[in-house]
Design a protein around this ligand. Structure first.
Ligand SMILES: Cc1cc2nc3c(=O)[nH]c(=O)nc-3n(C[C@H](O)[C@H](O)[C@H](O)COP(=O)(O)OP(=O)(O)OC[C@H]3O[C@@H](n4cnc5c(N)ncnc54)[C@H](O)[C@@H]3O)c2cc1C
Length: 475
């Protein structure tokens, strides 16, 4: 029976594992940073809580929302304001008509007149259903498959910005099977795509909900910030949590236990446990696994990461309203929940989220301010981040003014950099992870979880944390 477990990494994946293990083991969480939570972090701006990393919990799959409920945050779950997905595309804000699957319109006709695609681009989409469709056997990139069926313009202007919002990744590198599994399933069956997607329930919200069906809100937030989730999970788990404790090495003892070497502000620390859960990013897991599972090390080390920065800003509402005479919305503040930007337009911004519109609690916390955040940086765009914080703020304000008209100047701004923050699921990712799991499966008392494996979203990370705990308890 496993009596003691060390969890390396105090992000949501590791903390979920600690919570799931609470009844079966004495758990110690070792976190290298000064605080737990990883990419779920709520800071403050102008005295207002703001999420600096993840701010939405996927609600179409249940794991994150259930976890929040389990640890007592159920009453604080909240829905975002309803708003269409909007693209700042080719110089204008353009809502994406409902009824799409990750930007792929199931009915190309709805795009006519939206300016999202050229006439040729829409015609190319219509042509999809007449193209021969051979079953594809191997994983391919999103761009290779979708470019062939829908045309490059649809990939660049519709699919890329939506994928960019999740992965900060490039369609010519991302794995179709990993990031668009429903589309990959159609490709593997060798069916025309749009017709097959029409028969499914689109994620864009076109399908009317069936009477009595559960509400399909795609995401939910937490009043006070999604960063409250890891803190609540850690507290509920009862685990011993050591922050500022970076693990450098794992060794197996002759008795089959694990010895964990860490460094802290006070010097080295050596701990021993029956089992270890590695809940760190892929490049850290690769280092720690090197002496024990070289094949897993190579596969994990090959996973690319995108670095991004989140620029959170507070604009005085009154100023923005006054200045708003010059903006495209008359004398009103920007409407909607924000916008995504196709990389092909060449700007710095990947996305903007209007926090004060999206989350009622955020608006109530700062009634005199208009809070928003921008996101800068996709994979292979590190050059955009090699600049001081104030330049990222300036680039954000300049592009916001271009997209929205003048909304004034921010009275407060905060830049949060997430270096190598988002793992990229490249072509062959599923097979790569299967190899890693097989290699690690041969190491008794060791389990892996985190964003590098079966999904980068919080819900997927929670699922891997739960699975890692099960592997430890079930052996
Ligand atoms: C800017 C941004 C916005 C996002 N927005 C959303 C969103 O809105 N919704 C959504 O679902 N997902 C979002 N994501 C993705 C999601 O937040 C992350 O994938 C998820 O939180 C990762 O959790 P994790 O526990 O696997 O990893 P992490 O959060 O990275 O946690 C790993 C922890 O391990 C620690 N660590 C690393 N090495 C060591 C070591 N050697 N010893 C000890 N500790 C170590 C790190 O300090 C870190 O705290 C976003 C990601 C980013 C970067």
């Amino acid at each position: 029976m496993t009596r003691s477990v060390i969890v390396v990494g105090g992000g949501i994946s590791g903390l979920t594992a600690a919570w799931r293990l609470r009844a079966d083991a004495e758990v110690t969480v070792l976190e290298g940073a000064p605080r737990i939570g990883g990419k779920l972090r709520t800071g403050t701006l102008a005295g207002i809580p703001v999420d600096e990393g993840a701010e939405s919990l996927m609600a179409l799959r249940p794991e994150a929302v259930h976890l929040a409920q389990e640890v007592g945050l159920g009453d604080d779950l909240c829905d975002p304001a309803p708003a269409p997905t909007t693209l700042w595309s080719d110089g204008a804000l353009r809502p994406l008509p409902p009824g799409h699957v990750m930007g792929i319109p199931t009915d190309p006709g709805v795009l006519a007149g939206t300016g999202l695609l050229s006439q040729e681009g829409v015609a190319r989409l219509r042509h999809e259903e007449t193209l021969p469709a051979e079953p594809i056997a191997d994983d391919v990139s999103v761009a290779e498959y979708l470019g062939g069926r829908l045309g490059q313009e649809a990939v660049d202007r519709l699919v890329e910005p939506l994928l960019g919002g999740v992965y900060a990744g490039r369609p010519d590198r991302l794995s179709l099977r990993s990031v668009l599994p429903r589309v990959a399933a159609v490709a593997e069956r060798g069916e025309p795509l749009l017709g097959a997607l029409r028969r499914m329930r689109p994620s864009g919200g076109a399908a009317a909900p069936r009477a009595g069906a559960p509400r399909a809100v795609p995401v939910q937030g937490l009043r006070g910030g999604a960063g409250r989730l890891p803190l609540a999970v850690a507290a509920a788990s009862g685990a011993r949590v050591l922050t500022g404790t970076r693990v450098r090495e794992l060794r197996r003892t002759p008795g089959g236990r694990w010895r964990v070497f860490a460094v802290t502000g006070d010097g080295p620390l050596l701990l021993e446990a029956d089992a270890v859960v590695l809940a760190v990013p892929a490049y850290e897991a690769a280092e720690l696994l090197r002496p024990h599972a070289p094949l897993a090390d190579a596969d994990l080390g090959a996973i690319q990461h995108a670095s991004t920065a989140v620029v959170t800003m507070a604009f005085p509402r009154a100023d923005a309203l006054v200045l708003g005479h010059g903006n495209r919305h008359g004398d009103e503040l920007p409407t909607g929940n924000g916008f995504l930007v196709p990389a092909v337009d060449g700007g710095a911004l990947k996305a903007a989220t209007f926090l004060s519109n999206k989350w009622q609690w955020q608006r109530a916390a700062a009634p005199d301010l208009f809070l928003l955040r921008t996101s800068i940086g996709r994979v292979a765009e590190e050059h955009r981040l090699a600049t001081p914080d104030r330049h990222l703020v300036r680039a954000s304000v300049t592009e916001l003014h271009r997209a929205l008209g003048s909304i004034g100047e921010p009275v407060a701004a905060r830049v949060t950099r997430w270096e190598r923050g988002l793992p990229q699921y490249g072509v062959g990712h599923i097979e790569r992870i299967a190899r890693v799991r097989e290699a690690v499966g041969k190491l008794p008392g060791l389990a892996l979880c985190g964003a590098a494996y079966e999904g980068v979203g919080v819900a997927a990370c929670v699922a891997t944390g739960t699975a890692a705990a099960r592997r430890i308890t079930e052996g």
